[in-house]
Design a protein around this ligand. Structure first.
Ligand SMILES: C[C@H](O)[C@H](C)C(=O)SCCNC(=O)CCNC(=O)[C@H](O)C(C)(C)COP(=O)([O-])OP(=O)([O-])OC[C@H]1O[C@@H](n2cnc3c(N)ncnc32)[C@H](O)[C@@H]1OP(=O)([O-])[O-]
Length: 719
């Protein structure tokens, strides 16, 4: 919908009307066509201003329409009609001008933006490219290098940067519509030739071929298999080398190759999944919109190790007062220094003053008596955490939320150490905590909806993608990682090498394969957890029995390496070899290959050829299978929670939509069949036992992923 009113005598004001972001749905597009025609044919109207209702210009094409039979007037001729108009058209940009919204503004003859507005062409983040002339007009307006940056990254820019780049003509801190109307009055009747961007020549940067080769190489590397960024470069190259009309044909052709692609579907699924997980619910029926969060004005962090430092900085950067507690004096001093640096660098990136004064450092836990929320981030040891929760329960004022940053220990057990278990939740951050977007918010069996609502709201305030999950060993992310890494170890036993396994996972799109990641985070971290679980001691014995623990197949490979002090990058030796301890670049290690051969010989194992497909099927399908168990257990309310956790916290390639979405793309029947195939080959590996929910979904015709949440809900209501 769009409305035309005449203001200031001779200005036609067209207002886009489709809350919440005035997306260019069929109805809005029709409204624009109608109002532009009326404004251009009304002799009283000398110039036109286009703006959006509710202080928002336009969020672009209506993404909800993509999966449907799209109707209504197409965007390209709509924008063309504005550009060729004989009356000046001014875009008054408030709030956001993104995607088709910015393309609409680029069709206008002038653009005036509010100082707080954000602009961009983020289509690439949805697996697409700017297909309403953006890839052809933007390079003509701001040059090829700047257009390449904005379109291949999809980043949002501020009005100030847009002015500097030449995307907008003026920035105002006042009412943008008023300023635009005044401006429209001033340009009425003026010539528009130079204002029609499509008729401008596209500036050809020096060494253009080299520039495009360089950018394409960089984009291919960072894309890790995503196709949209590459198509974006190709579209801009068309702008730089072809006349506008031919460039537009190329843009349309490239868009056609992306629009129905699995990757576009995956990325748009993630867009909506990210919004769906914000609408959380608990098995009790409590929901995001019925649970009122408690106000948090002052917070505290207990333990200033790597995680504690990042969490305290992320809290302070929201403007909250933070008490940072570390009982070890030396550690406290070191933390203070490092955190000041993190605050300084963060402030520089955001163009604000560093929040040094927001953090009060203390060696004494009593300093947290008056805070509203505490996040415990001490060493991952249950006995130590129990003691801290007992102290906090005695110290803190009534109503204080007690949160733990444990990455998998029992939240209910920690809650039982306090006098108010309903005020205890897990807030599982990911390293580095002031950078990583994901936050797993874990509610225990006694956690109140209000406690969960408060933690989720704080997560949003910290700029995190917060996902509410139930309490179980390893929560969602780490619980699913166990079968994934177990299979990787078994594949080494059966003939694979770390390079082969990592190669398959990195070709799939992970930034780092499992063994490279293990070397980065340190083999000793997993070893410590296995020892707590009574596993991590290699008996040195040989044969099958040596590889059975707690009645199931177990690979002591990692334990043996740790017993030899091979902890990864930190010791310069792990699954790969590094130049020196702390080295970052891992190279295949001949020692490890011969160690694997000796190990197989010692255990009577015969190496066989293993290909990438087997690596992916065994590592990813067991992870997915555990995802179905998590849905069955009600730990996650829907597949969206699992997929957002893996995309934002575990490096699952976004253009593959997350493990559960990927399973729906592969086909649940195939996932089930392959799991049954491998389970038959490895009956001593319970993680290969297909989950009943998976079987149930296949038996009911493998409904699409967006239907699973309802299936899970019905399943639990029957329990
Ligand atoms: C031809 C052309 O070349 C191509 C092909 C295109 O143009 S492709 C499209 C390009 N445009 C985009 O990529 C912009 C996508 N949107 C955003 O980045 C953000 O939304 C936002 C604009 C920065 C606001 O963020 P927010 O945090 O303040 O609120 P929100 O919760 O995110 O959003 C509020 C509500 O609006 C919904 N929404 C937002 N943008 C939408 C869009 N473009 N289409 C449909 N719905 C949209 C969103 O799902 C949510 O709904 P619900 O969950 O309440 O039911």
């Amino acid at each position: 919908m769009a409305q035309l009113t005449r203001v200031s005598g001779s200005v036609g004001l067209i207002t886009l009307q489709s809350p919440p972001v005035n997306a260019l749905s069929a109805a809005v597009r029709q409204g624009i066509v109608d109002t532009v025609q009326r404004a251009l044919s009304d002799p009283e109207v000398k110039s036109v201003v286009v703006c959006g209702q509710n202080g928002i210009f336009c969020g672009g094409a209506d993404i909800k329409e993509f999966g449907t039979n799209m109707s209504g007037p197409p965007l390209v001729p709509l924008i063309h009609a504005i550009e060729v108009a004989h009356k000046p058209v001014v875009a008054a940009i408030e709030g956001i001008a993104l995607g088709g919204g910015l393309e609409l503004a680029l069709g206008c003859h002038y653009r005036i933006a509010h100082s707080k507005a954000k602009l961009g062409l983020p289509e690439v983040t949805l697996g697409l490219l700017p297909a309403a002339g953006g890839s052809q007009r933007l390079p003509r307006l701001i040059g090829v290098p700047a257009a390449l940056d904005l379109i291949t990254t999809g980043r949002h820019i501020t009005a100030a940067e847009a002015l500097k780049l030449g995307v907008v003509d003026q920035v105002t801190a006042h009412s943008t519509v008023d300023v635009a109307v005044k401006f429209a009055l001033s340009v009425a009747g003026k010539p528009l030739d130079g204002r029609r961007i499509s008729s401008l020549p596209c500036p050809r940067p020096p060494n253009m071929d080299a520039l495009f080769e360089g950018v394409m190489k960089k984009v291919r590397q960072s894309a890790r298999g995503a196709i949209a960024p590459i198509a974006c470069v190709q579209a801009i190259r068309a702008a730089a080398t072809l006349p506008y009309d031919q460039g537009m044909e190329r843009e349309l052709e490239l868009m056609a190759s992306l629009f129905t692609s699995d990757q576009a579907r995956a990325l748009q699924y993630i867009f909506f999944a990210q919004r769906a997980v914000a609408r959380w619910s608990m098995p009790s029926g409590a929901r995001w919109d019925t649970s009122k969060p408690r106000p948090v004005h002052k917070a505290a962090v207990i333990g200033l190790g790597t995680m504690g430092r990042g969490i305290a900085v992320a809290l302070a950067q929201t403007g909250l007062s933070v008490v940072a507690v570390e009982t070890q004096e030396k550690q406290l001093m070191a933390a203070k220094q490092e955190m000041s640096g993190m605050l300084e660098r963060g402030a520089k990136r955001r163009g604000v003053a560093p929040a040094f004064d927001k953090i009060r450092y203390s060696p004494d836990i009593k300093a947290v008596a008056d805070v509203d929320l505490v996040i415990e981030a001490v060493f991952e040891d249950m006995a130590l955490k129990e003691k801290v929760f007992q102290q906090l329960s005695a110290l803190c004022k009534p109503g204080t939320l007690l949160c733990t940053n444990t990455s998998g220990l029992d939240v209910d057990h920690l809650a039982s150490q306090t006098r108010s278990p309903e005020l205890v939740v897990g807030m599982h951050f990911f390293a580095p905590a002031h950078v990583m977007k994901l936050l797993e918010v874990v509610y225990g069996s006694k956690s109140s909806p209000q406690a969960l609502a408060t933690a989720m709201q704080l997560g949003k305030k910290m700029g995190k993608v917060s996902v509410a999950v139930g309490n179980c060993r390893g929560f969602v992310g780490n619980r699913m990682l166990k079968p994934y890494s177990e299979q990787a170890f078994f594949l080494l036993e059966e003939g694979a090498t770390p390079e082969l396994v990592d190669g398959a996972l990195e070709d799939f799109g992970f930034p780092m394969g499992l063994f490279r990641m293990s070397d980065l985070s340190g083999l000793d971290v997993g070893w410590r957890v296995r020892k707590v679980d009574g596993l991590g001691k290699s008996s040195g014995a040989s044969g099958q029995q040596a590889r059975i623990r707690q009645g199931r197949r177990y690979s002591p490979l990692g334990d043996v390496l740790c017993e030899q002090g091979r902890f990864g990058q930190k010791t310069g030796r792990g699954w790969y070899q590094y130049d020196k301890p702390g080295g970052r670049v891992g190279r295949p290690d001949p020692w490890l290959h011969s160690f694997l051969e000796e190990y197989r010989a010692q255990h009577g194992l015969v190496a066989r050829r293993i290909d990438h497909q087997e690596v992916l099927e065994r590592c990813l399908y067991t992870l997915i299978n555990e995802g179905f168990r998590i849905l069955e257990d009600g730990i996650a309310a829907g597949p969206e929670e699992i997929d957002i956790i893996y995309v934002f916290g575990y490096g699952w390639p976004r253009h593959r939509g997350g493990p559960m979405f990927y399973a729906s793309m592969v086909g649940l029947e195939k996932v089930l069949a392959r799991l049954e195939f491998y389970q038959e080959a490895h009956p001593d590996v319970p993680y290969l036992q297909p989950c009943n929910l998976l079987k149930r979904l296949v038996a009911s015709g493998s409904p699409p992923v967006h239907k699973w949440r309802e299936v899970v809900k019905k399943l639990h209501s029957q329990l």
